[in-house]
Design a protein around this ligand. Structure first.
Ligand code: HEC
Length: 270
């Protein structure tokens, strides 16, 4: 008898658990932002490799140079790139004199070696890209209290990586009817709160490419995203080459190990 009671109690317990688990959760309001928020678009770059697996993908140098141009002309007024030094640009295919000239165009905060006073001087190839604002307070004061983050590592720092950055840059659009956009913000369904303080930074023809590529918003977004991907991981190609060499080595080693095994056990009856 007690067995039936405990079995019955067990069934009731499991039933209650199942009901609690599958019961529709109506108590919480559906999040209106969730319905508007979009997942990053599916875009691919040459450095993603064939099929997008990353293996064998190398950066398109011409694209990186265009992306650098977009960053300089359309983003650097608000966003720094503090982990990239001017001399790193040689990896993009710029020559040493070109890098020197690029660095010289920027003013760098420094101390006078004789008096210790704060001065600004033209940049050197060893300097890093200067931040456009002296500190975060100044940056917020100039941007409606929003903070334009440093872009050196942004591709690694955001879920969705380069696809997210590309989608964000190309994703400005009119808000759906009935959606009240907060003054000072801009509707962008790829941003987590669907309203971003950054005004749309790209318009068709925002930059004039030296290589004659047409400067559409999509083109500039793809180029600057490739550039930022490089900035976040300049050693990407070397890492992949190393990975391929390691796999090749392991394959050869496996073949040799198998041959050795056959040889060593050749005379042993089984
Ligand atoms: C007028 C200043 C301004 C310019 C120019 C500008 N941005 Fe921004 N950007 C901002 C501000 C302000 C934010 C912070 C937005 C927020 O938190 O709502 C931001 C945020 C971002 C973010 C981070 C979004 C996130 O998920 O947090 C990225 C990426 C970005 N900008 C990329 C760019 C790129 C690339 C360019 C050039 C094509 C550019 N920005 C040009 C002001 C600017």
């Amino acid at each position: 008898m007690t067995r039936w009671i405990s079995l019955g109690a067990g069934f009731v317990f499991v039933f209650v658990l199942l009901v609690a688990f599958f019961a529709p959760r109506e108590a919480t309001e559906p999040d209106p932002l969730k319905a508007l928020h979009l997942k990053p678009r599916n875009v691919q770059w040459q450095h993603d490799g064939p099929l997008g697996f990353g293996v064998l993908g190398t950066f398109d140098r011409a694209q990186l140079q265009r992306g650098y141009q977009v960053y300089t002309e359309a983003c650097s007024a608000c966003h720094g790139l503090r982990y990239v030094a001017f001399r790193n640009l040689e990896a993009l295919g710029f020559s040493e004199p070109e890098v020197r000239a690029i660095a010289r165009q920027r003013q760098i905060a420094d101390l006078d070696p004789n008096t210790g006073e704060e001065i600004t001087r033209p940049g050197l190839p060893s300097d890093h890209f200067p931040s456009p604002y002296p500190n975060e307070t100044a940056a917020r004061a100039a941007n409606n209290n929003a903070y334009p983050p440093d872009l050196s590592l942004i591709v690694s720092a955001r879920a969705g990586g380069q696809k997210y950055i590309y989608s964000l840059l190309t994703g400005y659009q009119p808000a759906p009817p009935g959606f009240q956009v907060t003054p000072g913000l801009h509707y962008n369904p790829y941003f987590h709160s669907v309203q971003i303080a950054m005004p749309p930074p790209l318009m068709p023809g925002r930059v004039e490419y030296a290589d004659g590529t047409e400067a559409t918003v999509e083109q500039m977004a793809a180029d600057v995203t490739a550039f930022l991907r490089w900035a976040a991981e300049p050693e990407l190609e070397a890492r992949r080459r190393m990975g391929l060499a390691t796999i090749g080595f392991l394959i050869i080693l496996s073949v040799l190990a198998y041959a050795t095994y056959r040889r060593v056990w050749a005379g042993v009856p089984h």
